[in-house]
Design a protein around this ligand. Structure first.
Ligand SMILES: C[S@@+](CC[C@H](N)C(=O)[O-])C[C@H]1O[C@@H](n2cnc3c(N)ncnc32)[C@H](O)[C@@H]1O
Length: 242
């Protein structure tokens, strides 16, 4: 939505009709012209390099074959891919293990918590090492251009406290003592294609792109001139190349 608001031509894709309906409603409310499609992040139905930028937020952590999803995001992106992920070197590891354990127990007793009258356990998710992400992108001809880490303390704790003042103060303190760089999460990265369509080396990169993170939505503002359409959405959204 951020990219569409900035004038990019955006396609949003998700596997869930319910999620697409929510996104469509938001686009209508905000008066934005966004194309929405149902699809699978493992097999995007777009031609190679058909978008300038692909963006996948809070999706890799759920897709069964995340390396395949990265390969698809890279295949359809001409220039940049933006993804985020919970870090294996953060408190997200503990939460992820807890959710997986809850799911395993549920499978063992072969009844859902909902059927037993309890709350449905939250969906489990995967955590990632920075190295495994960098390797997956390198395999697909992309280099990591910038990394942004968001929080040291669990997001759930910040939400429970509900005080932006506390979040700013505590996270600022933890950043100053160096913990954000070490154990911050979620991590947002911008990856850049290492070679151009001709096979020639990529243009010299401009200054590192900044990634702005707000409520789980990231947008990248490039540093190489005016042609900056983008991609946004669950598994990806993009600006068709002109
Ligand atoms: C935590 S939600 C994030 C939604 C949205 N990207 C956002 O940031 O608000 C995870 C989303 O991933 C989608 N998803 C999971 N596996 C997928 C797949 N294989 N292909 C496409 N979407 C998938 C789910 O349908 C769900 O909407």
């Amino acid at each position: 939505m951020i990219l569409a608001r900035e004038g990019a031509s955006v396609t949003g894709l998700d596997a869930s009709d319910a999620m697409l309906d929510i996104a469509k409603q938001r686009a209508v409310t905000d008066g934005l012209d966004v194309r929405f499609l149902r699809g699978d992040a493992h097999a995007l139905e777009f031609a190679d390099r058909s978008f300038d930028i692909t963006v996948s937020l809070r999706v890799l952590m759920h897709t069964p074959d995340w390396r395949r999803s990265v390969a698809e995001l890279c295949r359809v992106a001409d220039r940049l891919v933006i993804v985020d992920y919970p870090s294996a070197h953060s408190v997200a590891l503990i939460q992820s293990l807890g959710r997986r354990a809850a799911y395993a127990v549920r499978r063992m007793i072969r009844r859902s918590a909902a059927a037993a009258g309890g709350r449905e356990p939250a969906e489990p998710y995967r955590v990632f090492s920075d190295r495994s992400i960098a390797e997956a992108f390198e395999l697909n001809g992309f280099n990591i251009r910038s990394i942004h880490k968001s929080f040291v303390l669990p997001i759930a704790l910040h939400k429970a406290i509900g005080r932006t003042g506390f979040t700013g103060w505590s996270e600022g303190l933890l950043e100053r003592v160096g913990l954000l760089g070490l154990v911050g999460s979620p991590v947002s990265i911008v990856a850049e294609r290492a070679t151009r369509a001709t096979g020639a080396p990529a243009e010299a990169p401009g200054p590192p792109a900044r990634v702005f993170q707000r409520d789980g939505v990231a947008a990248e503002r490039g540093s190489r001139g005016p042609r900056e359409p983008g991609v946004g959405g669950s598994a990806g959204a993009a600006a068709p190349r002109t």
